[in-house]
Design a protein around this ligand. Sequence first.
Ligand code: HEC
Length: 156
Amino acid sequence: MPSQRKRKQPIVEETPVASKGALFGMALGLGGLLLLGSRQAAVSQQNGDAERGRYLVNHVAMCIQCHTPREPDGRLDRRKLLEGGSIPIESPYPDQVWGFEAPQLKGLPGWEVEDFVTLLTTGRRPDGRSPRPPMPPFRLSEEDARAIVAYLNSLE
Ligand code: HEC
């Protein structure tokens, strides 16, 4: 057994210097990539990732379902995506104060970005009031709220 251990030693030492250099270079490159990645993450956190915002608005939080007008047959009028919609039904709860018009979100008319982020992260506007139901009191992460801002501002 001891002789086997001795034989292993030189094999490690024989590793060519060039490949050690290559490994070092790869490590440096990887470090650089990680640094770049974290910087990009920081930038997208600040500016919002519009593609993620599109996904959240259209497929997860479903803002489009209420904030887009509908065709007479009930389908969303996609040419007017997020230009504001009517809620065609009343609240099932007789005493609930209900909002019947969901305003335009495209381009965020009348909104300061920070106020909009507050609304989506706390469910409340900066004055402390919440929009009436059926608007849900969202508690999104700040990153998701900023992604939604980026998407809504990107719509033509
Ligand atoms: C189930 C329907 C529904 C969904 C889904 C919905 N909303 Fe609304 N939203 C409304 C209604 C109705 C109002 C109007 C509330 C009122 O009149 O008080 C409203 C109001 C708002 C307002 C204006 C709030 C104010 O006080 O001025 C914003 C901004 C808004 N919604 C953004 C969003 C965003 C962003 C999403 C998706 C993340 C979303 N909404 C999803 C129905 C909805």
